[in-house]
Ligand binder design. Structure first.
Ligand code: SF4
Length: 63
Protein backbone atom coordinates (compact mmCIF):
# COMPACT_ATOMS: atom_id res chain seq x y z
CA UNK A 1 0.00 0.00 0.00
CA UNK A 2 1.34 3.50 -0.75
CA UNK A 3 2.07 5.83 2.17
CA UNK A 4 -1.12 7.27 3.63
CA UNK A 5 -0.60 10.49 5.58
CA UNK A 6 -3.09 11.20 8.36
CA UNK A 7 -3.27 13.68 11.25
CA UNK A 8 -5.84 11.83 13.39
CA UNK A 9 -3.33 10.88 16.08
CA UNK A 10 -5.94 9.31 18.36
CA UNK A 11 -6.42 6.40 15.92
CA UNK A 12 -4.82 3.02 16.71
CA UNK A 13 -3.46 2.85 13.14
CA UNK A 14 -1.68 6.23 13.38
CA UNK A 15 2.15 6.35 13.53
CA UNK A 16 4.71 9.10 14.16
CA UNK A 17 5.32 11.20 11.04
CA UNK A 18 1.57 11.35 10.27
CA UNK A 19 1.52 7.86 8.74
CA UNK A 20 -1.28 5.25 8.70
CA UNK A 21 -0.36 1.57 9.17
CA UNK A 22 -3.81 0.07 8.39
CA UNK A 23 -3.89 -2.62 5.67
CA UNK A 24 -6.97 -1.07 4.08
CA UNK A 25 -8.82 2.21 4.62
CA UNK A 26 -12.23 3.54 3.64
CA UNK A 27 -12.54 7.26 2.84
CA UNK A 28 -15.53 9.48 2.21
CA UNK A 29 -15.62 12.95 0.70
CA UNK A 30 -14.89 16.08 2.71
CA UNK A 31 -17.21 18.95 1.95
CA UNK A 32 -15.25 21.18 4.33
CA UNK A 33 -12.16 21.12 2.09
CA UNK A 34 -8.65 20.20 3.17
CA UNK A 35 -5.21 21.73 2.76
CA UNK A 36 -3.10 23.04 -0.15
CA UNK A 37 -1.81 20.27 -2.48
CA UNK A 38 1.88 21.13 -1.88
CA UNK A 39 1.72 21.08 1.94
CA UNK A 40 4.37 19.10 3.91
CA UNK A 41 2.20 16.14 4.95
CA UNK A 42 4.52 14.96 7.72
CA UNK A 43 4.33 18.32 9.50
CA UNK A 44 0.57 18.90 9.54
CA UNK A 45 -0.86 19.61 12.99
CA UNK A 46 -2.70 16.80 14.77
CA UNK A 47 -6.49 16.62 14.31
CA UNK A 48 -7.56 14.18 17.04
CA UNK A 49 -11.00 12.53 16.92
CA UNK A 50 -13.00 10.38 19.30
CA UNK A 51 -15.06 8.43 16.71
CA UNK A 52 -15.19 7.70 12.97
CA UNK A 53 -18.00 10.25 12.68
CA UNK A 54 -15.44 12.99 13.44
CA UNK A 55 -13.09 11.90 10.61
CA UNK A 56 -13.26 11.44 6.82
CA UNK A 57 -11.90 7.91 7.37
CA UNK A 58 -14.38 5.18 8.25
CA UNK A 59 -11.50 2.85 9.23
CA UNK A 60 -10.70 5.01 12.30
CA UNK A 61 -10.46 3.09 15.58
CA UNK A 62 -9.88 4.93 18.85
CA UNK A 63 -6.61 3.90 20.56
S1 SF4 B 1 -7.93 7.64 10.79
FE1 SF4 B 1 -7.85 6.30 8.98
S2 SF4 B 1 -6.14 7.08 7.76
FE2 SF4 B 1 -5.92 7.90 9.85
S3 SF4 B 1 -4.57 6.46 10.92
FE3 SF4 B 1 -6.70 5.85 11.30
S4 SF4 B 1 -7.18 4.32 9.74
FE4 SF4 B 1 -5.36 5.42 9.06
Amino acid sequence: MPDVNCTVNTCKYWEDGNLCNAQQIVIQNDEEGGFPPNVNLKQLSATPAQSEDETCCQTFKLK
